[in-house]
Write a protein that binds this ligand. Structure first.
Ligand code: NG6
Ligand code: CA
Length: 513
């Protein structure tokens, strides 16, 4: 019998050192909860002090809360596009806020996060808000099969609001069709008022339950006028108040199926986006009106999803990410009192700007990762973004990325799991809406702002959204001036030049990874 090699212990050590645990693929369930227009300061573990978000706070206490967690854009469609494709939205035309009849923006054949996870055995679903367009170049065939859609780009199942709830129509897309659509009462969407007797927010303003302030004066449904016009589909229409309940029920039901396979579920809440019309049981539960009442509703959703994971016995086998699609806004088109009742609440936390802005408040948003037993609870200042979930989850699960996949998604799994010493991004591009807009570029403590429009959508919390004149470039030192108040470009011309060139190169290039 040969005696074991004296080198064996050293060899083993070497083996373990070169194959850290992460290299072993792990395939937990993955649940991404994305809020809509939720600000950094809207949760009570991050500064909100006039109300509590107990379920979100518990998630944070059991996981890592990122103070520099970002989405990629300060509007919905581009952030969601980047989250699912790992591509900065400014690279692709047509990725700005999608209108009601927009065609599918992510085309079949594009590598997507759900598609890649499917290759390693995940079942995949999205429940909630879509807002990434549907159907071929002419838009969706609302009364037939709606393709291409989520099921053509990597999801096995969907139960969705097609666009946003302030846009028509108020119906659910369930897999390939509009749910409960009666063929005798077809759904028709129009760009113009369809007839002279069609009631709108302009002609029947006095009948509205919630007045509009700008836009949003098209077809009236459930006492609220919307962007765009539609007729028909009476049996398919939902009540705004029931969206959250329905989605929770659907999401839980789907998670319960087929416990043998790991799942990837996106729960895309509509809270607290306009029109803010939370369920009756949440109305009046906060001091700031329906905007924060809708945040109570969102927090309740988080609690329900967490209880479901406990009940199914998979809470420790599920990696949960909580994030938002853009920063906060007060008056986004309806007179719901968000501004008047704001009081001391600061939805964007200490950051400047909000929705539509490339200042920090536009994209620096709540970001929490919980995976009990794996992720050590704590707070991290590493820079992480929703666009990075793609490459990082591929790494986690051992899924192979096609070479052209996710060109702007950084593999920062270690940072996302809160590992000691693991770095997040060193640089991050921020954008406002679609391609051809304005940019923010964070590099360490520096923040370059590039306003190609020379105007900033500034959400001065005390006032309305307003367009103010700004220089094309500004430079801020986030360490000394987190609120982006003092432009230090003149005194740091070399830093500014380096960042300008780097940003220009990323925009002109094809990938940043
Ligand atoms: C804007 C809407 C705003 C909101 C936003 C999209 C007007 C005047 N404003 O065009 O109310 O719907 O689009 O929000 O119509 S997002 O979160 O989906 O990007
Ligand atoms: Ca949004």
């Amino acid at each position: 019998m040969r005696s074991p090699s004296p080198f064996l212990p050293a060899l083993l050590l070497l083996l373990f050192a070169s194959f850290p645990l992460q290299a072993e693929p792990r395939r937990p369930n993955i649940l991404v909860i994305m809020a809509d227009d939720l600000g950094w300061g809207d949760i009570s573990c991050q500064g909100a002090s006039t109300y509590e978000t107990p379920h979100i706070d518990r998630l944070a206490a059991e996981g890592v809360r990122f103070t520099s967690g970002y989405c990629t854009a300060s509007t919905c469609t581009p952030t969601r596009y980047s989250f699912l494709t790992g591509i900065y939205a400014f690279r692709t035309e047509g990725t700005g806020i999608a209108p009601p009849n927009a065609p599918a923006i992510i085309l079949p054949g594009t590598p997507t996060l759900p598609g890649v996870l499917k290759t390693v055995g995940y079942r995949t679903a999205i429940v909630g808000k879509w807002h990434l367009g549907l159907g071929g170049p002419d838009g969706p065939d609302w009364n037939g099969e709606i393709r291409p859609g989520p099921l053509d780009i990597g999801f096995d199942h969907c139960f969705l609001l097609p666009t946003t709830n302030d846009r028509v129509p108020q119906v659910y897309l369930e897999d390939l069709r509009i749910r409960n659509l009666d063929p005798a009462d077809p759904l028709r969407i129009y760009k113009e008022r369809p007839s002279d007797d069609h009631p709108t927010g302009l002609t029947h303003r006095e009948t509205l339950r919630m007045n509009w302030t700008h836009g949003h004066n098209g077809t009236i449904h459930n006492g609220i006028s919307r962007i765009g016009f539609y007729t028909g589909a009476e049996a398919a229409r939902f009540r705004d108040e029931d969206l959250a309940d329905t989605w929770v029920e659907r999401a839980v039901k789907w998670m319960e199926n087929d416990a043998a396979e790991p799942f990837f579920l996106v729960f895309a809440s509509h809270d607290p986006h306009v029109p803010r019309m939370p369920h009756e049981r949440f109305q009046g539960t906060t001091a700031h009106g329906y905007r924060t009442d809708a945040i109570m509703q969102f927090d309740w959703c988080v609690g329900e999803l967490m209880s479901a994971l406990d009940r199914l016995g998979v809470a420790d086998d599920t990696l949960v990410v909580l994030c938002s699609d853009n920063g906060p806004v007060m008056d986004d088109g309806y007179a719901d009192g968000a501004l008047e009742k704001l009081g001391e609440h600061r939805a964007g936390g200490p950051w400047r700007g909000g929705k539509y802005s490339v200042y920090e408040g536009g994209t620096r948003t709540p970001f929490i990762v919980r995976w009990r037993g794996v992720v050590e609870p704590g707070v991290s200042d590493e820079i992480v973004s929703t666009i990075d979930l793609f490459a990082s989850f591929a790494e986690l699960t051992g899924a192979k990325l096609p070479p052209e996949a996710a060109p702007d998604s950084a593999q920062i799994l270690g940072a996302l799991l809160g590992a000691q010493g693991a770095n997040g991004r060193s640089e991050l591009v921020q954008q406002d809406n679609g391609n051809g807009g304005n940019y923010g570029f964070r590099s360490g403590k520096w923040k370059l702002v590039r306003h190609d429009s020379r105007r900033a959508r500034n959400m001065v919390v005390e006032r309305l959204l307003e367009n103010t004149k700004v220089p094309r470039f500004e430079l801020f030192d986030l360490e000394n001036d987190p609120g982006e108040r003092r432009d230090v470009l003149e005194n740091n011309a070399d830093v500014a030049a380096r960042l300008r060139n780097k940003l220009a190169a990323i925009i002109a290039g094809e990938r940043s990874r």
